[in-house]
Write a protein that binds this ligand. Structure first.
Ligand SMILES: NC(=O)c1ccc[n+]([C@@H]2O[C@H](COP(=O)([O-])OP(=O)(O)OC[C@H]3O[C@@H](n4cnc5c(N)ncnc54)[C@H](OP(=O)(O)O)[C@@H]3O)[C@@H](O)[C@H]2O)c1
Length: 329
């Protein structure tokens, strides 16, 4: 990617330029047309390369930050392109994100990218409720996966998550669903299986680890879930009051012992943090001034034993720059 300084950046100053690009591009919905030097090389720590970790038993090295595609849309594909250029090889989407637009954004990127095999793409089979005979269940799974593949313009997906947002342990034990997933793997459409949970997540993910069917899980891990006694009260107005009382320390140890891939979400999400967050951060990072508050929250999650990657929602240049700096540090 081009790293030569632009005259605009010289005029405005580096920080102002980046902020201006971010605000203007996102505000106008023009992020797909961002200039190639959107992220100047000097914004990435010198000599920095994106760190990777092996995602548990999948044995695949993935970037320590994953591109959270909750807000990814086709007009933001330039952000995704720069992220991959800078070493983010893990892309997290779901077939419900933006009603399919997030997967379409991946599909706007992939055909022009020559190294599909270097990427690790996760999608989630949102809203799939298996019904009927084993064959009918299989057909439902295959139809969903094929829809995602068509949108993303690829012929396989590395990781498929079902359920997307599991709340109950019983949901995980659906035999016809498991058979369907195994068959999808035999057909070469899917490489690995996972599930995600952000409600009742501790019980659900512990069941996943005990059970052993899934290769990977995605759940809530943050400075409050790891320090429940000092986390304080959920912030008023938080969407998920009480969630930080679910301590995931033991869960992570267990997952690590079983070599399950662990993806983190909600490391910095307001509704999942409590009143004690800033005091905990000050204690965890004494005197730290080089990382932003969001970066410290993401870093904290990444420092937990057993965590492989932190899924960061990237919808602005600021998010992308901070994610890259964090992943290279
Ligand atoms: N059930 C599931 O499987 C599930 C559920 C939720 C999310 N996810 C995945 O996880 C990803 C992350 O979602 P999350 O809920 O954990 O939220 P997140 O990405 O941690 O978002 C945090 C919020 O913080 C703000 N922010 C400020 N500085 C930031 C920075 N440097 N980097 C990133 N955000 C910054 C952003 O708001 P502003 O835009 O206002 O700055 C952003 O909306 C999603 O994109 C999706 O891929 C999966």
């Amino acid at each position: 990617m081009s790293t030569s300084p632009s005259s605009e950046r010289d005029d405005l100053g580096r920080r102002t330029f980046l902020k201006g690009v971010a605000a203007g591009a996102v505000g106008l919905g023009l992020s797909g047309a961002l200039p190639r030097d959107l992220l100047a090389e000097e914004e990435v720590p010198s000599g920095g390369t994106m760190k990777t970790r092996v995602l548990g038993r999948t044995k695949v090295p993935v970037s320590v930050v994953a591109y959270g595609g909750g807000g990814l849309r086709p007009d933001g594909v330039r952000l995704l392109q720069v992220a991959v250029e800078k070493g983010i090889n893990f892309i997290d989407v779901a077939n419900s994100y933006g009603g399919g637009k997030a997967e379409e954004a991946v599909g706007a990127f992939l055909p022009g990218y020559p190294h599909r095999d270097r990427l690790f793409i996760n999608t989630k089979l949102s809203g799939l409720k298996p019904q009927g005979s084993a064959k009918q269940v299989y057909d439902q799974f295959e139809a969903k996966v094929r829809q995602s593949l068509a949108r993303m313009k690829t012929d396989y997906v590395d990781l498929v998550m079902w359920p997307h947002g599991a709340q109950r342990v019983e949901f995980l034990k659906h035999e016809a669903a498991r058979d369907a997933m195994r068959k999808l793997r035999e057909k070469g459409l899917v490489r690995f299986f996972g599930m995600s949970s952000h409600e009742n997540y501790k019980a659900v993910c512990e069941a996943v680890v005990d059970d052993g069917f899934y290769d990977v899980f995605l759940t809530v891990i943050n400075i409050c879930t790891q320090n429940v006694a000092d986390a304080g009260q959920p912030k008023s107005g938080g969407r998920r009051p009480g969630r930080p009382t679910e301590d995931t320390t033991a869960l992570l140890k267990k997952a690590s012992a079983k070599n399950i891939g662990v993806m983190v979400m909600k490391a910095a999400k307001g509704g999942y943090l409590s009143s004690g967050t800033d005091a905990l951060l000050a204690k965890a990072f004494p005197g730290e001034s080089s990382l932003s508050r969001h970066q410290r929250l993401y870093r904290y999650a990444l420092n937990q034993e057993g965590v492989h990657t932190d899924v960061i929602g990237i919808t602005q240049v600021l998010h992308l720059r901070e994610a890259i700096q964090l992943g290279c540090a």
